[in-house]
Design a binder for this molecule. Structure first.
Ligand code: G6P
Length: 366
């Protein structure tokens, strides 16, 4: 059932393992089938809007940030991301060409709800993307879309995060379609890539022994840096957030290209650097960032589908070998090793994985 651990030691590990199934289910509803039909008609017409404003807290805000890359690159619609506690007091201007999107697992986060109330009646449309459909945020929005992740018990969000990503990715394709930016072949290709995500997540789960071995090393450090580019940049932020939440190791996420503008000053053999780098068009740039770290004695944990020396892996401290993944949605499967890195590191340190100190699953106060 939803509320037992089904043989897992923690809810978090159960929820990580559930991801292929819940993602396949969510994608079944939100992507088009071969005949171009949707099981779930979202009721959003993206051609009516000039911009999207996304508001959320914590991990949900990082799902929004990942999806900004998809909405802007694929659907050519500008996206602004804000954390709810900042948004609500800034009095941001909105109009009827603005679509506001509120993303929340629980649907009860106080800051997100307050930000939503600010937008109701001012924005063109107020849409929420939630796990709990019987929540305040779902009720008070013009339209609520479910992420279909099923109950999430572990305080650190895992399957809700990847289901948020799957729904947002599907919406970015819908937006591109409605804005006349996808021909039939392009539509088919991107939809197929998205539908391959659950299989990629299954393959990513299978590399758990590698991730566990790296975690046994990481548990000995006090500071960890996460780097990524493009949609993997917000994922680096999520990797750092997860690690600090449950293992209490200090961690920071940075865009790889920002390394030289500050964090490089911290590099030494005491601060491992986790680099999320699919073998894509940006790979060579990231390799040179890795070399800058290694030249200063830094220890690189490379998470990549690139293999071998010629691919830039020379000299890395630890390698986590991801399955080969092409296309813009690679970030979803890369969520798995960063979740597991945090999970195994926390288990190694003996912390309370499902109930980390000072944190709540749903924050209903400001
Ligand atoms: C808390 C939880 C996080 C979550 C955030 C937003 O901080 O510990 O895991 O990402 O709230 O919650 P929501 O329910 O709005 O997604």
């Amino acid at each position: 059932t939803a509320t037992d651990k089904a043989g897992h030691r923690h809810f978090m590990s159960k929820e990580i393992a559930e991801q292929p199934d819940v993602l396949a289910n969510a994608l079944k509803y939100y992507t088009t089938d071969r005949e171009g039909r949707h099981l779930l008609e979202t009721g959003v017409d993206f051609s009516q809007f000039d911009r999207i404003v996304m508001v959320a807290c914590g991990t949900a805000s990082l799902a929004c940030f990942v999806s900004k890359y998809w909405f802007e690159q694929i659907a050519r619609i500008p996206v602004e991301i804000d954390i709810a506690s900042e948004f609500r007091y800034r009095e941001p201007p909105l109009n009827d060409r603005t679509l506001t999107l509120f993303v929340s697992q629980s649907g009860e986060t106080a800051d997100t709800l307050a930000a939503l109330r600010y937008c109701t009646g001012q924005a063109g449309k107020v849409v929420s993307i939630v796990n709990a459909m019987e929540s305040s945020i779902a009720r008070e929005s013009d339209l609520a879309l479910p992420i279909l992740a099923g109950p999430e018990i572990g305080v650190a969000s895992t399957k809700a995060f990847t289901c948020q990503l799957a729904v947002l990715a599907s919406l970015s394709l819908q937006a591109a379609r409605q804005r006349g930016l996808l021909d039939e072949a392009g539509d088919r290709e991107l939809t197929d890539q998205l539908r391959r995500v659950p299989g990629q997540v299954t393959e990513a789960l299978a590399i758990a022994p590698q991730v566990q071995a790296v975690s046994a090393q990481l548990a000995r450090y006090e500071d960890v840096l996460f780097l990524g580019r493009g949609a993997l940049y917000p994922l680096a932020l999520e990797g750092a957030l997860k690690l600090k939440e449950i293992s209490y190791i200090h961690a920071e996420g940075y865009a790889s290209g920002e390394l030289k503008h500050g964090p490089i000053a911290l590099i030494d053999e005491e601060m491992p650097v986790v680099v999320l780098t699919p073998h894509d068009a940006m790979f060579d740039k990231t390799v040179s960032n890795m070399q800058e770290v290694m030249a200063r004695g830094g220890k690189i944990v490379m998470v990549s589908d690139a293999r071998g020396l010629k691919d830039g892996g020379d000299g890395v401290w630890q390698m986590i070998e991801m399955p080969k993944i092409d296309g813009p949605f690679a970030a979803i499967a890369y969520a798995v090793p960063i979740q597991q890195l945090a999970y195994f590191t926390a288990v190694e340190k003996g912390t309370d994985v499902d109930q980390p100190r000072n944190l709540a699953k749903s924050v209903t106060v400001e």
